[in-house]
Design a protein around this ligand. Structure first.
Ligand code: NDP
Ligand code: 8X3
Length: 248
């Protein structure tokens, strides 16, 4: 199977790429940091193709896909994983540039790559798109403002894709993880303040990028007559915080 993963240079994407190659699948690993992908290619060998891609540069994406070498040209599975949160401030204090970067990456990038690849899947009447959403797309929380809104888009877009794909064999899943440590997610969110990022995971057992990689692998290898529409996963230590009242 050929699997294209965005955000393959770190975190969930990297974990998944390693697991897929170990099982003999071919991976097109995409991200902005080519040096990270090339280091992975050195480890993983010829089943892993490193491809520099900035998903927020939407105009560049169709050509990158069209230029893939022949043995990687058919994309059986697209894992739209590249994404980021920037900031944890309430909306009134947030940086507008951060909001725009989250929308450009999490929403426009995911849309553009899907638009470039989906028709080839429909034409073959087979394929699988896995979008990496978040619990933040369903559950509002303090400081989640635009990040959560981008992931709500990803959730609804995934469900609407399935509606449009009625009668085809093309599958779509929205994977919605909660708290996961050991990736670069919080380091990015806190703009490189690694101490603050580490505190997010203090004092409880959370999930790891490997856990999410295993779940993604399970989805990819699941029977082709089953569509997992949405899959929400959290560490047992995490749950809904309920509604809050600010008392006088
Ligand atoms: P990481 O920060 O570890 O990895 C993010 C990946 O996305 C990196 O490979 C990064 O590579 C890539 N990326 C970021 N921006 C772009 C871009 N413009 N173009 C191409 N690639 C890009 O995060 P995680 O692995 O933790 O997160 C992966 C996904 O899972 C994200 O969509 C995130 O929102 C979501 N998620 C994460 C959770 C968590 O707690 N960790 C929980 C729920 C969802 P590079 O910088 O080289 O481009
Ligand atoms: C990341 C999970 O809880 O930080 O999408 O929003 S959370």
């Amino acid at each position: 199977m050929n699997v294209l993963i965005t955000g393959a240079s770190a975190g969930f994407g990297k974990a998944l790429a390693e697991k897929l190659v170990a099982k003999g699948h071919c991976v097109i690993g995409c991200a902005r940091r080519l040096e990270k992908l090339e280091a992975m290619a050195n480890e993983l060998g010829e089943l892993f193709l490193p491809v520099q891609m900035d998903v927020s540069d939407t105009a560049s994406l169709p050509k990158i896909i069209a230029d893939l070498p022949a043995n990687f040209a058919q994309i059986d599975v697209l894992v739209n994983n590249a994404g980021l949160a920037l900031g944890t401030e309430p909306a009134q204090n947030a940086k507008f540039d951060d909001w725009m970067q989250m929308v450009d990456t999490n929403v426009k990038g995911l849309m553009a790559l899907t638009h470039a690849i989906l028709p080839t899947m429909v034409q073959r009447n087979s394929g699988y798109i896995i979008n990496v959403g978040s619990i933040a797309g369903s559950w509002p929380y303090y400081g989640g403002n635009v990040y959560g809104a981008t992931k709500a888009f990803v959730k609804q877009f995934s469900l609407n894709l399935r509606a449009d794909l009625l009668g085809t064999q093309v599958r779509v899943t929205n994977l919605e993880p909660g708290n996961v440590a050991g990736t670069e997610f919080s380091n990015v969110r806190y703009h490189g303040d690694d101490e603050k990022a580490a505190k997010v995971y203090d004092g409880f057992k959370t999930m790891s990028g490997e856990d999410i990689g295993d779940i993604l692998l399970w989805l990819i290898e699941s029977p082709t007559h089953i569509n997992v529409n949405r899959l929400e996963v959290m560490p047992v230590a995490q749950t809904y915080n309920g509604l809050t009242i600010a008392k006088d």
